[in-house]
Design a protein around this ligand. Sequence first.
Ligand SMILES: [Zn+2]
Length: 215
Amino acid sequence: MNAKTIEDIGRKLSKAGKRLHEQGLVIGSSGNISARIPGTETFLIKPSGVRMGFLKPEELVLVNLEGKKVKGELDVSLETPMHAAIYRARGDVQAVVHTHPPTATAFGIAKMEVLPLQIEMFMRFPNGVPVVPFEAPGSKALAETVQKKIANCDALILENHGIVTVGSNIEAACDLNEMVEEAAKIQFIVTLLTGKDAVNLAELKQKFKTESTVK
Ligand SMILES: [Zn+2]
């Protein structure tokens, strides 16, 4: 295992934590982020109880794909089973970001999916971002539920909890986190302006007519 690669990924995760905190997607020590160490069966994850915005690269914990600690002083994040389950299910995923952004989290509490009302959101998530049913944080049941759903969608809303996004690197996973929160804000404003029933996925697909050109 290349120590320099691990250091580089650690620095990127630390930077990503600062970004997520500054964007208001997490507060205090809530949320967790991780990134796979390429060519290995391991990933680096934020430790439990450490503030996301002040995460130091050397504090990160190295974990295997079963979620067991391989190296590190601190305890692993509570949601390590969920991160490990995602990496096992999706060989293409290199990073996972879990946050509690206020608007998208509120959608999860209201059991409302975030719809792709805006064209760029539609091109990335033509079917919107689904809500997965509540399971206790850190539980095997949550890991299994997310593992099944993440197979078809790079972003999920966790009922009464927060959101999860994945990407080919940590920056891409953070981009999607910001995108989902922004889309939730837009949808909230649109429903205030026009009413909840004015938002319709079938009509949107017809309008954008890009179904055949997007995944
Ligand atoms: Zn959480």
